[in-house]
Design a protein around this ligand. Structure first.
Ligand code: ZN
Length: 74
């Protein structure tokens, strides 16, 4: 007997949503960074900010806290 893949399963790691306000990747329904509930499942690319003070990308995106952020949120 061969166990097939469950086609109903969501894509791996796709349970993350991106906040439309600050682009942070969120697992729940509310963004822990800005308390916004405006989250999108339609995002692409992500970036991990370890030290926002030393990251040029963080400055460009206005990110002031470490974390995971989506590059594009639709
Ligand atoms: Zn947010």
């Amino acid at each position: 007997m061969v166990k097939g893949k469950d086609s109903r399963a969501r894509k791996k790691g796709s349970n993350l949503k991106a906040c439309r306000e600050c682009h942070s990747l969120v697992e729940g329904d509310v963004c822990p960074m800005c308390q916004s509930s405006s989250l999108s499942e339609d995002w692409s690319g992500y970036l991990v900010i370890v030290d926002p003070l030393k990251s040029e990308i963080a400055k460009l995106m206005g990110i002031k806290r470490p974390g995971k952020f989506a590059l594009k949120v639709r």
